[in-house]
Design a protein around this ligand. Structure first.
Ligand code: BTN
Length: 281
C-alpha cells in the first residue's frame, strides 16, 4: 500500500463534496463508493491500485488537484485546482474483451449529453475516440486503462475523465484549442450537481452496453461524431502508408470505420493517426 492510498482513506471521510454527492446521486452503483481527495498524482493511478484491492463496481476517485495527471499517448493532463472535474471510475465489466473499447465510447456520449442537457451547451461534438469538443474546442478528455490479470484477479477497467468546468484561463500552449463550461456558457456550475447528473448518464449508457443496446449507444455516438461524413487520411502504422477515405461511423469495438477505395477499413487508436482533410458538406 502506498502513502497515497493511506491518505485516500483518511481524507475521503472528511470531504464535504462526497456527502453532497451522495445526497444528489440517482445511480445504483456509480459513485456510491467514493473517495474525494484534495491532491493526488493521478486519479487513474490511484483507481488502479484500489481496483486491485477491495473496490466495488462503479467506485470513483475524484481529486481537487492532480500533480501528475495523465492523458492519452503519454501526454500530461493539467487542470486548475478546485475548478474542474477530474475523476476516475472503476469498473468490472461483464463484457467481452473486444468490446471494452465501447465503455469510453459510451461515456463520451454521456458527457456530451450532460453538457447539452444540464449545461445548455450547443455545438457539442465528439472527436473520435473520446474527446469532447464544444464549438471545436476541447472541453473533456478520457483515459481508459484496462487490465486482465492472470489467475483469479478480476478483469478491470479504469476510465479517467477530465472535464473543464469553471476554469476561465488556459496556458498559452493549449489556450487556442481548449475551453470550459464556464467559458462556453458564461456562467459557473456547481461541480457536485454536475457530477451527479453525469454519473447518472454514464451508468445508464454503461448498462445499455450490458443489455444488448450497443447499437443505440453507437447511433447516439455517431450523431455527435465530428468526423462523420468527412474525408480523413490516416497512416497505417503496419505499412507506413497513407490511406484516405470517408468516415462512415464506428464499429462494434469502437473503431473508426472509413470507406476507402479498398473497401471499408477500421482505424483503431494507437495503430494509426488521422487528420481531417476537408470540411463536411
Ligand atoms: C486525454 O485527453 O488525453 C485524456 C485526458 C484524461 C484526463 C483524466 S483527469 C482524471 C484521470 N486521471 C488522469 O491522470 N487522467 C484522467
Amino acid at each position: 500500500m502506498t502513502i497515497e492510498m493511506s491518505r485516500v482513506a483518511t481524507e475521503a471521510t472528511d470531504s464535504p463534496f462526497g456527502a453532497r454527492l451522495a445526497e444528489l446521486l440517482t445511480t445504483r452503483s456509480f459513485g456510491r463508493s467514493l473517495r474525494w481527495l484534495e491532491s493526488v498524482t493521478s486519479t487513474n493511478t490511484l483507481a488502479t491500485e484500489w481496483a486491485e484491492g477491495d473496490a466495488e463496481d462503479g467506485a470513483i476517485i475524484c481529486a481537487e488537484l492532480q500533480t501528475a495527471g495523465r492523458g492519452r499517448f503519454q501526454r500530461s493532463w493539467v487542470a486548475e485546482r478546485g475548478e474542474n472535474l477530474t475523476f476516475s471510475v472503476i469498473l468490472f465489466p461483464g463484457l467481452a474483451a473486444d468490446r471494452l473499447g465501447m465503455i469510453s465510447i459510451a461515456f463520451a456520449v454521456a458527457v456530451a449529453s450532460t453538457l447539452q442537457q444540464s449545461c445548455g451547451l450547443k455545438g457539442v461534438e465528439i472527436k473520435w475516440p473520446n474527446d469532447i469538443l464544444v464549438e471545436g474546442r476541447k472541453i473533456c478528455g478520457m483515459l481508459q486503462e484496462s487490465a486482465f490479470p492472470s489467475g483469479r484477479g478480476r478483469k478491470r477497467v479504469v476510465v479517467g475523465i477530465g472535464l473543464n468546468v469553471n476554469q476561465s484561463a488556459f496556458s498559452p500552449d493549449v489556450a487556442e484549442n481548449a475551453t470550459s463550461i464556464k467559458l462556453a456558457s458564461g456562467r459557473e456550475f456547481d461541480r457536485v450537481e454536475l457530477l451527479a447528473a453525469l454519473l447518472g448518464e454514464m451508468e445508464s449508457l454503461y448498462h445499455a452496453l450490458h443489455t444488448g443496446k450497443e447499437s443505440t449507444v453507437r447511433a447516439r455516438y455517431e450523431a455527435r461524431l465530428s468526423a462523420l461524413g468527412r474525408r480523413v487520411s490516416f497512416v497505417r502504422l503496419s505499412s507506413g502508408k497513407i490511406a484516405s477515405g470517408v468516415v462512415t461511423g464506428i464499429d462494434r469495438q469502437g473503431g473508426l470505420v472509413v470507406s476507402t477505395p479498398n473497401g471499408k477499413e477500421t482505424v483503431f487508436a494507437g495503430e494509426v493517426s488521422f487528420r481531417t482533410e476537408a470540411p463536411r458538406g
